[in-house]
Write a protein that binds this ligand. Structure first.
Ligand code: AMP
Length: 490
């Protein structure tokens, strides 16, 4: 089973129907999308080995869809790259994955070409268009366990790790989405508001399988007004949005577009107050997912009807185990925790990755005992609702993007005017969380901003700096991050 079958089936059933739209403009029918995909796949097979990793670094563009299915049809694996990363960070992912080529948007390609030795091919360039004149040949058979999506998440050590997801993993995610959250058909649409290198891109599979439209905003990003307009224009629309994007939709003050039926939110904490405001503005169209790169989009969830007449405990939870996934909370000794007892959240099922790319030590630790150890802490209530209590990994989730404190700290301490630095997340109404840096040293805020801009992505820069004489530490010399978090003024 190869994920290309998802498109193949849709094209067989709905060949003449619109598949890919840029804004309101139809670009390709399902038949045309399959044809383009198979031509691209032939051109990729001509110069790559089966199993090659092929990276995509682009803001949201229609070509991402044909590239994904083409890479799969060619028996290769997609390496999606967050387009907001610094070229240096992108280059690290390309090197670690051993990518054979990276398809980059015209916006990203020039800086990326300077940063990496991996061949960069510009999406929609004459070279790309030539690929589309290759013959369309049938794809080879693929083992369902073969690598389909090499998904880079950062670790607390700051080094990116590639979660290896197979065709089977993504199919399990697809089936679970259709079972639990949404039931699109050929008169439905998926509007891509969030980055397609992450959750929104993963949702392409379930919606293509049902013959639904893929709608890519002309802005290539998330503009709440444009998103709502597109949800009004296209039939029976759904979208995946980070909690901060949901808040921005609410802030427009507009009513729910009639055709908007489902908004899946997740990937970071959604505060109960924000959720209530969103439901008051748009009605009961919300679905929550809790997942991570290692078990994409699919650990627990709250369905639409679970939001109705729900108390704050349910709205503040991440729901219950998804179809096909077993979820448990383990205590410090690795035994199942009792109701209300906080422990590490673990899960298992067909959606869970096979391990980290070229990193057996991390794989062994994360998949110990046959469970995926999420690193998230939480507890179950008596009805199986899971509440996240704290993230043991200290990840800061700002505007739906994960920021790993260690990465920022390492760059801060490279500055001559910084003796010590510690980065924590602080709650923020607009962004969910923001990065706050505690600094021991003489470097000014302007110095540090300039220093960071040269080295890491803009969105990872601290929104606040707090200067201290020393960092609080325990007897092992470990910085007490919890104490620092408490020191951040409201
Ligand atoms: P990523 O691997 O980048 O998708 O990040 C996954 C992490 O985001 C999880 O381990 C959680 O810590 C957090 N997360 C995902 N979904 C939710 C949610 N619904 N509520 C709170 N945190 C979440």
């Amino acid at each position: 089973m190869n994920l290309f079958a998802v498109l193949d089936q849709a094209a067989t059933r709905f060949g003449d129907r619109g598949a890919v739209f840029r804004g309101t403009e139809q670009l390709h029918t399902f038949g045309e999308l399959r044809d383009r995909t198979l031509r691209l796949a032939t051109s990729l097979s001509d110069d790559r080995d089966t199993g090659a990793r092929i990276a995509i670094a682009s803001e949201n563009r229609p070509e991402i869809i044909e590239l994904m299915f083409a890479v799969w049809a060619a028996g290769c694996a997609v390496v999606p790259i967050n387009f907001k990363l610094h070229p240096r960070e992108m280059a690290q992912i390309l090197e670690d994955s051993g990518a054979a080529v990276v398809f980059a948007s015209p916006k990203i390609a020039p800086a990326l070409t300077d940063a990496t030795d991996v061949p960069v091919e510009v999406i929609d360039s004459p070279e790309y268009v030539t690929r589309l004149s290759s013959a369309a040949t049938r794809p080879a058979d693929t083992d369902p366990g073969a690598l389909a999506w090499l998904f880079y998440t950062s670790g607390t050590t700051g080094k990116s790790k590639g979660a290896m997801l197979s065709h089977r993993n993504l199919m399990a995610m697809t089936v679970s989405h259709l079972a639990d959250f949404d039931s699109p058909d050929e008169n439905s649409s998926l509007v891509h508001g969030a980055p397609m290198s992450h959750g929104s891109g993963l949702y392409i599979a379930p919606y293509v399988l049902r013959g639904a439209r893929q709608v890519i905003p002309t802005s290539s990003g998330f503009d709440p007004e444009e998103f709502l307009d597109l949800c009004d224009h296209h039939p029976r629309t759904s979208g995946f949005l980070a909690p901060t994007m949901v808040a921005r939709l609410v802030a427009t003050g507009r009513p729910r577009p009639q055709n908007l039926t489902t908004v899946v939110y997740g990937g970071g904490p959604m505060y109960v107050d924000s959720l209530k405001k969103a439901m008051a503005a748009f009605g009961p169209i919300f679905v929550q997912l809790y997942g991570q790169g290692e078990a994409p989009m699919t650990i627990t969830g709250l369905r639409r009807r679970d939001h109705l007449d729900a108390d704050d405990a349910v709205l503040g939870s991440v729901g219950y185990a998804r179809s096909g996934v077993e979820v448990a909370v383990l205590d410090a000794d690795g035994n199942p925790a009792g109701v209300g007892e906080i422990g590490e959240i673990v899960c298992r099922g067909d959606v869970v990755m096979s391990g980290y790319w070229n990193n057996p030590a991390a794989t062994e630790a994360t998949l110990a005992g046959g469970w995926l150890h999420t690193g998230d802490m939480g507890s179950f209530d008596a009805h199986g609702y899971l509440t996240l209590r704290d993230r043991s990994k200290d990840v800061v989730i700002s505007g739906g993007s994960n920021i790993y404190p260690r990465e920022v700290e390492e760059v801060l301490v490279e500055h001559a005017g910084v003796e010590e630095a510690c980065v924590v997340g602080a709650p923020d109404q607009e962004w969910g969380e923001v990065v706050v840096a505690f600094i021991v040293g003489t470097a000014t805020e302007a110095d540090l901003d300039a220093h960071l801009l040269e080295r890491i992505a803009r969105f990872k820069r601290p929104k606040r700096y707090i200067y201290v004489d020393e960092l609080p530490k325990n007897s092992y010399g470990k910085v007490l991050k919890r104490e620092l978090r408490d020191r951040v003024p409201e």
